[in-house]
Write a protein that binds this ligand. Structure first.
Ligand code: ATP
Length: 236
């Protein structure tokens, strides 16, 4: 969902260069249109999560990183994490166990919307949008893995992100749920005109995402062939 009064915008990654102890892990430049997905694949340890951490603003200082992350004319890399409005979904839905499902979602509504009834209305609507219309008062512990993943998606959408970062969010779901959840996430991201970066090990995730595929090399050798990006030829 774009910020109030603001259209979703393309995400530009310009000259991203991330190093660990001087060794290049990632170089990347790409433009991701609003509603489009950049899928990043690569072996374990190739720096996929680190790339998301750099964009989200929580990269470990052990890395040196540079490059611009531009959206709506702003360089996000210059902003503190709380001002970047990056929505993130991890492998684990990470719901607060002591709050109801609805409270977990309402918690993420921006503080500028202060009326309790309005926060509740937004959370209820978002739960409906992910197929959990009657789940507001449920305890998260009583939900299935797939339902928890939907709550996490509703929560990230109400936070009014400018972009969506997905760190293997489908990997704990079994095949049918995985396919449903992919479709739901990509459909909501398109509706909200959000550029998306998806980190995955799964070729089927990349195929479902369409858009751009970026493969990281296996040792971070900064091999141009391994770090170039191309349009993913998807039948979807
Ligand atoms: N705090 C740290 N100190 C030193 N090295 C680190 C630190 N955090 C990550 N690394 C190293 O940086 C590299 C990139 O890690 P990252 O988690 O981004 O990889 P990844 O591609 O997401 O891996 P996976 O697919 O296993 O999740 C790895 O070689 C990892 O060992």
């Amino acid at each position: 969902m774009p910020m109030a009064g603001e259209e979703g915008s393309n995400l530009m990654l310009v000259g991203i260069d991330i190093r660990l102890k001087g060794r290049c892990l990632i170089t990347l430049s790409a433009e991701i249109a609003a509603g489009e997905v950049l899928t990043v694949m690569g072996p374990s340890g190739s720096g996929k999560s680190t790339l998301l951490a750099y964009i989200g603003g929580f990269i470990d200082p052990v890395f040196t990183a540079m490059g611009e992350v531009r959206i709506a004319g702003r360089n996000l890399a210059e902003l503190p994490p709380e001002d970047r409005h990056a929505g993130i979904l991890f492998q684990d839905p990470l719901l607060f166990p002591h709050m109801s499902v609805g409270a977990n979602v309402a918690f993420a509504v921006p503080a500028a919307i202060s009326r309790r009834a309005e926060r509740r209305r937004i959370a209820t609507q978002a739960l409906g949008d992910v197929g959990l219309a009657d789940f507001f008062d449920r305890d998260p512990d009583t939900l299935s893995g797939g339902q928890k993943a939907r709550v996490a998606l509703a929560r990230v959408l109400v936070s009014q992100p400018r972009l969506l970062l997905l760190d293997e969010p489908f990997s704990k779901l079994d095949a049918p749920l995985r396919s449903q959840m992919r479709q739901l996430v990509f459909a909501r991201a398109r509706e909200a005109a959000l550029p998306v970066i998806l980190v995955t090990h799964d070729e089927a995730d990349a195929a479902a995402a369409g858009g751009i595929l970026h493969r990281l090399g296996d040792g971070g050798d900064n091999d141009p062939a391994a770090t170039g990006y191309r349009i993913w030829q998807s039948a979807v």
